[in-house]
Design a protein. Structure first.
Length: 284
């Protein structure tokens, strides 16, 4: 892999440039990556700089557990190359609560904590609900109304990770679309998996990496995910993915979309290899 990965693009017919596909991992601090991803002896405080030059995005876990300082966001910005993006996992105090509509102060505290220091490297914000949180239209509507559309002059992109099967309804899709909130797609067998588009970009969290595969996934599976990502970037609905609502046969083609693919779980030690393997196929 080159020392600096670039966002993968794929030509499309004239007048329909695809979105950008970014690929990465969840976090960058993981002991098992120090013997199969990071160079031997690399200081821990240089791991973000190294990882950001092999990948094109990282989903930040630390923001889920505690509030970060503005200086921390500025440090992450300065350690990563131009074009790199950091998606932020929103704090659990905002999403793992009995009444989502009461999350306003936690949301305000997070958005005001200095995330704007990331500048152009500020990626989507992931709001992950507890697996026990059921779909309640009124509660979710109130929660989504609390999510600010921007921080300062910078637009914010919000993503919902819904992990209870009660969300697999047209009513949920309609509500998310009305608020412009993207829904996570995952290949997990433990959480709801559906690829219905609810916003202007795509956010996939792939959790099926296997320890006995050098790249986490079998080569044919990475080829398939590369083709899925290309289709998403062109605004298409890739065939073979689970949907709540089948696409209408006369539906107007969607606009091209940016795509974010993160290898998150399963055999986590294989996540960097899976991400780099997918990038290689996208750039071929």
């Amino acid at each position: 892999m080159p020392s600096s990965a670039t966002a993968a693009r794929r030509p499309t017919p004239p007048g329909a440039q695809p979105g950008t596909v970014r690929v990465g991992i969840g976090g960058w601090t993981y002991a098992d990556w120090r013997d199969n991803f990071y160079p031997a002896g690399l200081p821990h405080d240089r791991e973000l700089g190294y990882a950001s030059r092999q990948l094109t995005a990282i989903e930040v876990n630390g923001t889920y557990y505690r509030t970060q300082a503005p200086a921390t966001f500025a440090k992450w910005r300065d350690e990563t190359p131009e074009g790199f993006v950091l998606a932020l996992k929103a704090p659990r105090v905002a999403t793992n609560r009995r009444v989502l509509a009461e999350a306003g102060p936690s949301i305000e505290r997070f958005v005001g904590s200095g995330i704007a220091e990331l500048g152009d490297k500020l990626g989507p914000i992931l709001w992950q609900f507890a697996p026990t949180k059921r779909f309640d239209p009124e509660e979710l509507d109130a929660f989504l109304a609390l999510l600010p559309p921007r921080v300062g002059e910078r637009p914010l992109r919000h993503v919902l990770e819904v992990r209870h099967p009660s969300f697999m309804t047209p009513e949920y899709l309609s509500l998310a679309r009305r608020h412009g909130a993207v829904t996570v797609f995952t290949d997990s067998t433990q959480h709801p998996s559906f690829a219905d588009a609810t916003g202007g970009f795509v956010y996939a969290r792939l959790m099926g990496a296997q320890a006995d595969q050098p790249e986490g996934y079998a080569p044919r599976d990475l080829e398939r995910w590369a083709e899925v990502a290309r289709r998403w970037a062109r605004g298409e609905a890739p065939p073979g993915l689970p949907l709540v609502e089948p696409p209408a046969p006369d539906a107007t083609p969607a606009a091209p979309r940016d795509v974010f693919v993160f290898f998150i779980d399963g055999a986590k030690e294989r996540a960097p290899a899976a991400a780099m393997g997918l990038l290689r196929r996208l750039q071929a």
